[in-house]
Design a protein around this ligand. Structure first.
Ligand code: MLT
Ligand code: ZN
Length: 475
């Protein structure tokens, strides 16, 4: 515990226990561990306590108590992030708590006519997806960690995922927010409106601000019609250029029906096969085989004939040499198995050893050149490292992760990759956020006026710097 001498930790803990109940103020070294360390065990640091309020009023009271005592607050949802945004920073001075929204899981209503849903921040994304499905609708936010990610965190990080190509980032699915501000006041903007131009659209500043401007406690989400048919295919493709030609073909044939288009390096699928098994028959009976690249694509629609249209399109792609082999899922079970391969890449990568993540985006047409240049640069500068590249090629976002041998300095690898991203006028964080992981690099890759503007916003919203201290904005 790292607290300043003038600070009375015992009194603070008593005051927090008075708000949420003693059982919801976790201080025991063993019990607090999952709250103060991220799931990859890459980030973490000390906290006075993990505090688990039951409702918005308790969140507000906790924030007021922390504001009065100068205690930092790290809001946390499912703690599934990849940038260390939801856990303390090692070695950071000053008392702080982790404020877990995990008890606030209610889905308050689903409106099938207005196609909206009202959820509390601690609701797990998969639970919200199921509630939407029960109403015949779709909550179109989807990514590997959806079984444990909580919507407050999904919104606070403006999470991306596999359906951004069709439905946009999380921001596009948020209609209204309830937020607790740094002084403990509550702003309720839980309107179920699809149109609302009455003044600043203030909710946008909280979406993607990683709990540095306020704490999201509830949200109204936009739902979309649930497609009745889906076609899911895993294809071996010879090159990233061929993958982009296939994307253009798929959109030409299926239009907006293309909901996901993921590029996966052969090596990524081979590590999934090695650690988790199951190749779904692509690449021949021997398994994934040695294809250099794969595309996992999905199309969805409700007007009939989708599967036949996908099949025709795939035949055309194979004839044109854009794909060399492939499987079109015959059933929901097989489609889910194909997605499961994709969703296991991150875990397989973790099983391979330490890796340096790069969540980059470049203009879609530049993806092949970026992959070639960045791969060559890593090979030339970092002997023994290898690239695990996969991602949402349809929206220009590649996870250009580099698995490194023990002892290799991660920052040097970051530098190699991000310099190339900068040459393509790309982003060093397409969907994972800044958290504590990317903060050191932000000053290099964001312009001074952009950083100054963000600091003014932070100063206005959180003048004492108590909301997620040390995250997102370089000091
Ligand atoms: C994914 O798309 O699977 C994650 O965002 C990526 C990662 O593990 O880098
Ligand atoms: Zn991703």
């Amino acid at each position: 515990m790292d607290v300043s001498t003038s600070f009375n930790a015992a009194a603070m803990l008593d005051s927090l226990a008075g708000i949420v109940g003693p059982a919801q103020v976790i201080t025991d070294a063993h019990d607090i561990e999952p709250y103060v360390t991220d799931w990859r065990r890459m980030f973490g640091g000390p906290a006075l306590a993990a505090v688990r309020p039951a409702d918005t009023a308790q969140v507000a009271a906790v924030v007021r108590a922390c504001a009065a005592a100068g205690v930092g607050i790290i809001a946390q949802g499912g703690n599934t992030g990849l940038a260390g945004g939801a856990v303390p920073i090692a070695g950071r001075a000053g008392p702080q708590i982790v404020l877990s929204l995990a008890r606030m899981t209610a889905i308050r209503d689903v409106d099938p006519v207005g196609m909206t849903m009202l959820v509390q921040a601690g609701c797990v994304l998969a639970a919200a997806q199921e509630a939407a499905a029960d109403a015949g609708l779709l909550l179109p936010i989807s990514f590997g960690a959806q079984g444990s990610a909580r919507l407050g965190g999904v919104i606070s990080t403006n999470a991306g995922g596999v359906n951004v190509l069709r439905y946009g980032m999380t921001r596009q699915s948020v209609l209204g927010l309830e937020v607790v501000l740094a002084d403990g006041s509550v702003v309720n903007g839980l309107r179920r409106l699809h149109k609302d131009n009455a003044g600043y659209d203030w909710k946008q500043i909280f979406i993607g601000s990683e709990g540095t401007l306020g704490i999201v406690t509830a949200a109204v989400l936009r739902l979309v019609p649930r497609p009745r048919e889906r076609g899911t295919a895993l294809l071996a493709v010879p090159t990233p250029e061929a993958a982009l030609a296939l994307l253009a073909r798929a959109r030409g044939a299926l239009g907006d029906g293309v909901t996901a288009f993921e590029l996966i390096s052969g090596r990524s699928l081979r590590i999934v096969e090695r650690h988790f098994g199951g190749s779904a028959g692509v690449g021949g009976s021997a398994g994934v085989g040695d294809a250099p690249w794969f595309v996992l694509m999905e199309a969805a629609g409700s007007i009939g004939g989708l599967r036949a249209a996908v099949e025709d399109m795939l035949v055309g792609a194979i004839e044109a040499g854009e794909a060399t082999d492939g499987v079109l899922a015959e059933s929901e079970t097989q489609a889910n198995a194909l997605w499961s391969l994709r969703e296991h890449i991150t875990d397989a990568e973790k099983a391979e050893g330490p890796s340096v993540k790069h969540d980059v985006s470049v203009p879609v047409a530049d993806i092949p050149a970026f992959l070639a240049e960045a791969s060559a640069a890593v090979a030339a500068a970092h002997a023994g490292a290898w690239v695990n590249a996969f991602g949402h090629v349809g929206d220009g976002n590649i996870h250009f992760n580099v698995v490194i041998p023990p002892g290799m300095a991660p920052h040097a690898v970051n530098h190699t990759v991000h310099e190339i991203v900068a040459r393509f006028a790309g982003s060093i964080s397409a969907e994972h956020g800044i958290g504590q992981y990317r903060i050191g690099e932000l000053a290099t890759y964001k312009s001074a006026p952009e950083l100054a503007l963000q600091r003014r916003l932070k100063q206005a919203m959180d003048p004492d710097g108590l909301l997620n201290p040390g995250k997102l904005l370089p000091g």
